[in-house]
Design a protein around this ligand. Structure first.
Ligand code: GLN
Length: 384
């Protein structure tokens, strides 16, 4: 069997969720909300499955969803997209990432990845024959400099994969960082595969700046989004790609043999949801921000050093001041002895690992967060 996949460990999200079920732990690992998601959107999906069309939709996505995506990004990010030539629906953002990488890379091309790297990127780049070059981000600011990019980009660079807001770090990059990266993409004629699935899950009045909105990048960005993240319906696996026509044409060819298409009832419901008024999105953000604040206050009160979160469902804790230096061992101890599942952030590094950071998901009901905090109380003490 192919060695890239044969030698790959099972994704850390699955490992920790299986352990959480086994140990009946509170699962603050894999990022999914307790909340069932907006009722009207779920009802639309149910109606569409009963009354709608359940055969193959177009491989590019339902026309009504492609139009809704273009309108949504015009309204929220002031991006002009041609729904018929620049928008495609995929079965989740992970499929979109695979399609983009397989569509963009030739064997031997270099691909710049930022670590912590969402765990799907590297095996997909390698399977496409690409050679990964890493920019290493470190807590608490997870930022990158011109020198970092200069060390990673080369004339062989074909693409960069950029996740903003960044999972697992919870950082939201501002326009200046995007412009810095854009200068390198232009200098080395590289494509930017921009995983922006957390674009709506940002806090403290921040604005999401899409890479598609950096004028020099309009023709070289593959923007990836996720209805699962926009509507807190992570199991739906409805993703999207927005890119200039010449780029999208090629990604469509790789998508046609990955999943080809995506359940039409879910697509119809997402099309409806994307049209919801601004109040829905504001309320959603405010609710997650409240959960973040409640959980972070609880962690701080227990003596866990919190690394601030600006977006995503996640907050990180620095375990070094607690006397721990192995995040994997810490997370195993946490789930096995204390009944709380979390994610060791070293799982997102391929080299020069950061081993003192643990990620918690706060997209949970108050009762879940409070129960988690109660169990964490003892775990902070090294001797216990
Ligand atoms: N994106 C989710 C997370 O970061 C995990 C998705 C998955 O398990 N494939 O927790």
């Amino acid at each position: 069997m192919n060695s890239i996949f044969a030698d790959l460990p099972t994704t850390v999200f699955e490992v920790m969720s299986v352990l959480a079920r086994e140990k009946q732990a509170i699962n603050l690992g894999q990022g999914f909300p307790d909340d069932p998601g907006p009722e009207d959107v779920r009802r639309k999906a149910a109606e569409a499955v009963m009354d709608g069309y359940n055969q193959y939709p177009s491989m590019m996505g339902l026309p009504e969803l492609r139009t809704a995506i273009a309108e949504h990004y015009k309204r929220f990010q002031n991006i002009d997209l041609d729904a018929g030539r620049e928008v495609m629906v995929t079965s989740g953002a992970t499929e979109a990432i695979a399609g983009a990488i397989f569509g963009a890379i030739e064997p031997g091309d270099e691909v710049v990845l930022f670590q912590p790297t969402y765990d799907a990127y590297l095996p997909l780049v390698r399977r496409a024959g690409g050679v990964a070059k890493f920019v290493t981000l470190r807590p608490p600011h997870w930022t990158f400099s011109e020198a970092d990019l200069a060390a990673a980009f080369s004339p062989r660079t074909r693409a960069v994969v950029f996740n903003n807001p960044l999972n697992p770090s919870g950082v939201v990059y501002a326009r200046e960082q995007l412009e810095l990266l854009a200068r390198f993409c232009a200098r080395f004629d590289a494509i930017a595969i921009c995983d922006e699935v957390w674009e709506h899950v940002i806090f403290d009045g921040r604005e999401h700046v899409s890479m598609l909105n950096i004028p020099s990048m309009r023709e070289r960005v593959i923007k990836i989004g996720s209805a699962g993240k926009i509507f807190s319906l992570t199991g739906w696996k409805v993703g999207l790609v927005a890119a200039a026509p010449d780029i999208l044409k090629v990604i469509a060819k790789s998508h046609q043999f990955l999943t080809f298409t995506t359940p039409p009832n879910l697509q119809a419901a997402v099309a409806y949801g994307l049209g919801k008024d601004e109040a829905y999105f504001k309320t959603m953000r405010a609710a997650y921000q409240r959960s973040r604040d409640r959980f972070c206050a609880g962690l701080s009160a227990l003596g866990f050093p919190v690394i601030p979160s600006q977006g995503t469902y996640f907050v990180n804790v620095d375990i070094a001041p607690l006397g721990f230096h192995d995040d994997v061992a810490f997370c195993h101890r946490l789930v096995e002895n204390f009944g709380v599942a979390a994610i060791p952030v070293s799982a997102f590094y391929a080299e020069n690992h950061v081993r003192n950071v643990v990620r918690f998901c706060f997209a949970k009901h108050d009762a879940t967060l409070d129960a988690g905090l109660a169990r964490l109380e003892n775990a902070a003490r090294k001797s216990s």
